[in-house]
Write a protein that binds this ligand. Sequence first.
Ligand SMILES: [Zn+2]
Length: 97
Amino acid sequence: MTTDERAALVRALVAELVTTETLHLDYELIENYADRKSDPIDRWLVESHIAECATCGREVRNLETYAARGRRNQKWVFFAIAAVTAALLIALVPLIR
Ligand SMILES: [Zn+2]
């Protein structure tokens, strides 16, 4: 193998590594971003990456949709518990007196 061939092989390997691994965001990074838990640096990282990368952009939007649904569900559970507690209080207070 000549030096040129070796150099070409190294370039090809590096290019492949860059496109398959390094260029995409960590799942954890995307998840925290969607849950609005990332710090400003991570947020900047995600936003600048998804401006260029459709794959990660799609992932972020999916998780954001899912996270928003989770937040709605949490709110619903909170109101359900509050309503049951209120109903119990209304039913029980006359019995105590
Ligand atoms: Zn990406």
